[in-house]
Design a protein around this ligand. Structure first.
Ligand code: TZP
Ligand code: MG
Length: 210
């Protein structure tokens, strides 16, 4: 089962990413994504292997952003691929069958493309403006999620992403999305993980189609 809450790492240095990942694990994160930008492959690999050790200790899942090769080397639980990264089809050819592949979507067409390429989950956004990601696509808002989810013919876990705060959770869940991927709101208060876990795993929600 795909986790319903993904903590996306952030930090001014690779070391800060690691300590944030550690904090997320201590706080009960089910799944973290290492999203380390503007450093070379070797640095991401080094941090990813340390993140694997930390996450394994806590039985937290680890997803590597951008690089399926690193996910393969460190035996991460999966990889998250953006539109300019390798395609899910290419990643699938290199990863083990138990490793999950997620992809970024900003439109209905992106979602359909990822489903066609057999991604295991989709990160659909941005929900609203956020400073966490550069070159942000147009925001979807609640209306955008409703429209895309209404049109999608195939069921695939869709995570909302981008500028999400605790106050947004109940309205976002009402659109039918499967879960959330969050960075800033969690990094500023790791205790929010336990609140979010409770909200996202309430039995009433699990009785839905998922
Ligand atoms: N992709 C779309 S928005 C975003 C990514 C990686 C950043 C999410 O971070 P935050 O701080 O929750 O807005
Ligand atoms: Mg990418």
């Amino acid at each position: 089962m795909i986790s319903k809450l993904h903590y996306i790492s952030q930090g001014d240095t690779p070391k800060v990413h690691l300590s944030n990942i550690q904090n997320a694990c201590v706080s009960g994160a089910d799944c973290v994504q290492l999203r380390l930008k503007k450093v070379d492959f070797k640095t991401v690999l080094d941090i990813a292997s340390q993140a694997r050790e930390i996450t394994s200790h806590f039985q937290t899942r680890l997803i590597i952003n951008d690089y399926y090769k690193i996910a393969k080397i460190v035996k991460a639980d999966g990889v998250h691929l953006g539109k300019t990264d390798a395609s899910p089809t290419e990643a699938r050819a290199h990863l083990a069958s138990w490793q999950i592949i997620g992809g970024t979507a900003n439109t209905l067409q992106d979602c359909e493309n990822l489903i066609h390429k057999e991604a295991n989950y989709i990160g659909l956004g941005p929900f609203r403006f956020t400073k966490t990601k550069e070159n942000l696509s147009p925001v979807l808002g609640l209306k955008g999620y409703r429209a895309i989810l209404d049109e999608l013919q195939t069921k695939i876990p869709i995570l909302a992403i981008g500028g999400i705060t605790l106050n947004d959770v109940s309205e976002l869940l009402q659109t039918g999305i499967y879960g959330l991927a969050m960075s800033g709101e969690i990094t500023s208060n790791f205790n929010n993980i336990s609140i979010l876990n409770k909200l996202l795993n309430m039995p009433a929600l699990n009785e839905q189609v998922w």
